[in-house]
Design a protein around this ligand. Structure first.
Ligand code: CP3
Length: 362
């Protein structure tokens, strides 16, 4: 099947916002919108482990589309995980209920790098590309499909730490103790991530997001030295091959990097809730689209609080060059009905604001 044979896209709002084109309201989706907070997700995944699920294209498609059926969101994100990349490089990764990811045999010394293979991505990650093709068809052009990868530092953090952690102190120490090996590892991960994302686009991903969930732990100097060059290399390589596909970077907690990230080939910067929307806009001017950034914890509050927080967020960012989202992912404890309130509030408040802006201009 070629890309051309996919159903025609009916809602390109998020793509237009990413490109900085005029929109009639803010597009909206939620990070981790497919997950355990949805009863239909829990039912569909029953009997399969997490990574088994990732290897079943029809089930991936079902899980990816579930939130699109339930909410009026403007994008789907392919169901998978950032840790499929370390698996493709030969590392063992287990998803342990209640704990999260565990890598029982982490990278400890520079010699361990020789254990990592440079994977043939078609062979090792072909199941992701198959899932993207199936999902793109099943979506019937309803909304664009987002592909994604973990960013090099965030992947390295798990590979060296051996699992999740609050501070990733082992991984951070490694950067200082073994700077050469760290750079080698980051370079290698960057090569794989580029190949992986290029193949996702070829398979049908219409937008790409890079998750650098632990970027904030680096601090400005280490971020600039170790991670920024990798993030820039990824964006340049993808843009050189597919200039039409919007690229988003989510460097969680890395406020200090905002200006540096504007000076790169990304189209969208995704922000967490610890930065003020209006300040982020002032610092980036009209040079880039911003995505985010409501605290997911707001979804535990009343409908009125959700609506007023959505209004504050959109007034801060403005309706143009903006994609509404949470500042991090949905949580298993969330109530899907509150997510629906969030989505509906973005629709109504951003349409109103867009209209009043047009009226003011006249
Ligand atoms: O809906 C979507 O957003 C697409 C799917 C998606 C998953 N993981 C599914 C998943 C995406 C985009 C990710 C990215 C991911 N995975 C990140 C970056 C985003 C972030 O949250 O910072 C990170 C750091 C991971 C690593 C990871 N995977 C962790 C820490 C966990 C455990 C957390 C938990 O909620 O248990 C996972 C597991 C995981 N990935 C789940 C899902 C739906 C939960 C597993 C389950 O259903 O049992």
């Amino acid at each position: 099947m070629t890309i051309d044979s996919f159903p025609t896209l009916q809602n390109d709002l998020i793509l237009r916002a990413a490109r900085g084109e005029a929109v009639e309201r803010a597009p909206v989706w939620m990070m981790r919108q497919a997950g355990r907070y949805l009863p239909e997700y829990r039912a569909a995944r029953e009997g399969y482990t997490f990574f088994e699920t990732c290897r079943m294209p029809n089930l991936v498609s079902e899980l990816t589309i579930q939130p699109v059926r339930r909410f009026e969101i403007d994008a789907a994100i392919v169901f998978s995980d950032i840790l499929v990349v370390p698996i493709a490089m030969g590392m063992d990764v287990k998803m342990v209920a209640g704990t999260g990811p565990v890598l029982p045999d982490p990278i400890v010394s520079p010699a361990d790098l020789s254990r990592l293979r440079s994977p043939d991505v078609d062979e090792e990650l072909g199941y992701v590309f198959d899932a993207i093709r199936v999902t793109r068809n099943d979506l019937e052009g309803c909304v664009p499909l987002i592909g994604f990868s973990g960013a090099p530092w965030t992947l390295m953090a798990y590979m060296v730490e051996g699992g999740g952690s609050k501070s990733f102190s082992r991984a951070r120490s490694w950067l200082h103790l073994e700077p050469r090996a760290s750079r080698q590892l980051l370079d290698k991960l960057t090569d794989v991530v580029i190949e992986y994302l290029l193949r996702q686009i070829q398979a049908g991903a219409q937008m790409i997001q890079l998750f650098d969930s632990w970027a904030g732990l680096l601090g400005p100097d280490m971020f600039r030295r170790f991670e920024l060059p990798q993030l820039r290399r990824i964006a340049s390589a993808l843009k050189a091959a597919h200039p039409e596909v919007p690229l988003t970077v989510f460097a969680r907690g890395a406020h200090y990097a905002l200006e540096d990230l504007v000076e790169s080939d990304y189209d969208v910067i995704s922000l967490d809730w610890t930065i003020d929307p209006a300040q982020a806009r002032v610092r980036t001017q009209e040079r880039i689209t911003l995505q985010g950034n409501m605290d997911p914890a707001v979804l535990f509050a009343t409908e009125n609080v959700i609506r007023s927080e959505v209004r504050r967020m959109i007034e801060g960012f403005g309706v143009q060059q903006y994609i509404a989202n949470l500042g991090h992912g949905m949580m298993p404890e969330h109530d899907p009905d509150r997510a629906a309130v969030f989505v509906e509030a973005v629709h109504s408040i951003s349409s109103q604001l867009a209209e009043s802006q047009v009226t003011t201009q006249i």
